[in-house]
Each structure stands twice: as C-alpha cells, then as structure tokens.
Design a protein around this ligand. Structure first.
Ligand code: FES
Length: 248
C-alpha cells in the first residue's frame, strides 16, 4: 500500500508549524499506524532529515500516550480504539492522510505531534485518588461491593487519560475524563468517603487548567477509545452540585 502523509511539523510551542508532505510506499496492510510512522522516520533519518516526533508507550491500547489527530479525528476513524491499534489495512490504498497533534490550548505542543498533557495530571493530583492507611493488603472479600457498582466502576476506570475527549470537543472540555475518574472512585466504598472533596477539587482543577465546559455535543463519547459514556458527566454535575451545597 502507498500513502501520502500530511504531517504537522512544529519545532516547539513558540515556533510556527505547518503541514509537511511525505510519501510512504510498499506498506504492509497489517502493520499499525505507529509502525507506519516508524518506517517514515526510518526513511527520514536515512536521508539525514529530522524524524517526526510522536508519543507512544505500550502500543497495546493501555497507556493513552499515542493519541494524535488523524484526518480530523483523535485516534482516527475506527470507533473504540487507539492509534496504536489502528491498522493500515483500514485505509484506502493511495489515501492522503492528514496527521496533527491534539488541538487543545491546555495541551501545549512540545514538538510535531507531541503535546504536554500534564494538565490532566494536575486534575488527578487534585483528587483522583483514595486516601488509605498503608499496611497489609485487606481481605478481598472484607468489604462487600454489589455487582452493579463493581461493573460500573470498572467501566469508567477504563479511561486511559489520552485527552481525545478534550481534543474532539468544540469547547475543549475534559469533562468526560474528569467524570470517569470521579465516577470510578465514588462508586466504590473506599472512594465514597471523600466524594465531596474529590469532585469539588477535581472540577476546580479542571477549570484552572483552562478546559472548557460541556455543551452536550457528545463528540467526546464518539471519540473515546474506551467508550466511556456521557452519562458520567451528568453524574459528576449532580455530585458537584450536591457537594457544593453541603460541603465546607
Ligand atoms: S501507545 Fe499506549 S495506548 Fe497507544
């Protein structure tokens, strides 16, 4: 397979960027999108050119670092998957593919396709955890948890913090991400203890990081590689209101 790639090249956040065109040829249909970029970089390096900077870590759909915008969609055109799980066979032979970084003001560009997503870390640091005393691991059955709560907590715990939801949203809202983190902790007894402080602090940190607000566009749900549902945002808003009225 042969492709024309239009790749965003930008030296750093202070420099102007532009799309650069590259041809990649004789691509095996079964390689992943990231492996195709590896081959492009191999070619660029062998020609003495600067390789395209992009992020990846697990390459198994687990870590969320690989998120880039492919033909206008974070993680590309396939629903429920990450860039590292996207295969070249899903593109038409001869296609022109435009590759850009996540376009969110709270994710400044570091270089080319690599953005700084530490704003998401700051939201987690504000409350996305459970405070427990250290010691021996408790008996797994010591605290009964209903099947429904366990399953719903696990559904939202799947969020890999890739930032696709914010990049897909016209408001650059990170509410799907924050609501997933709030939901998976507050559904379990260990996390329920701190739910008021958590939702207030995480939403405040989200606002301080410069993310926008949800206006029910649902682009986040359509783009999320883990298929996190928008209903979590309504749940978070409800928790936030109750906490704001009764906490402090
Ligand atoms: S590299 Fe980890 S999810 Fe893609």
């Amino acid at each position: 397979m042969n492709f024309t790639l239009r790749v965003w090249r930008q030296k750093d956040n202070a420099s102007p960027g532009a799309l650069a065109e590259y041809k990649v040829q004789d691509i095996t249909p079964d390689i992943s999108f990231l492996e195709m970029l590896d081959l492009l970089n191999h070619d660029l390096i062998s020609r003495g050119e600067v390789p395209v900077a992009f992020d990846s870590d697990c390459r198994e759909g687990i870590c969320g670092t690989c998120c880039i915008v492919i033909n206008g969609r974070p993680h590309g055109h396939e629903h429920g998957g990450t860039v590292c799980q996207l295969h070249m066979r899903s593109f038409q032979d001869g296609a022109v593919i435009t590759i850009e970084p996540l376009r969110v003001r709270s994710f400044p560009i570091i270089r080319d396709l690599v953005v700084d997503r530490s704003s998401l870390d700051s939201i987690i640091a504000a409350g996305g955890y459970v405070s427990v005393k250290t010691g021996g691991a408790p008996d797994a059955n010591a605290i009964p948890i209903s099947k429904e709560d366990a399953e719903k907590a696990m559904d939202t715990a799947q969020c890999i913090g890739c930032g696709a939801c914010a990049a897909a949203c016209k408001n650059a809202a990170a509410m799907l991400f924050v609501s997933a983190k709030v939901a998976h902790l507050s559904r379990l007894p260990q996390g329920r203890v701190e739910w008021k402080r958590r939702v207030l602090d995480m939403v405040t940190a989200m606002d301080q990081a410069g993310f926008g607000n949800c206006s029910n566009e649902a682009e986040c749900e359509a783009t999320c590689p883990k298929e996190i549902k928008m209903g979590n945002i309504a749940g978070m808003n409800s928790q936030f209101l109750r906490a704001a009225l009764t906490h402090r």
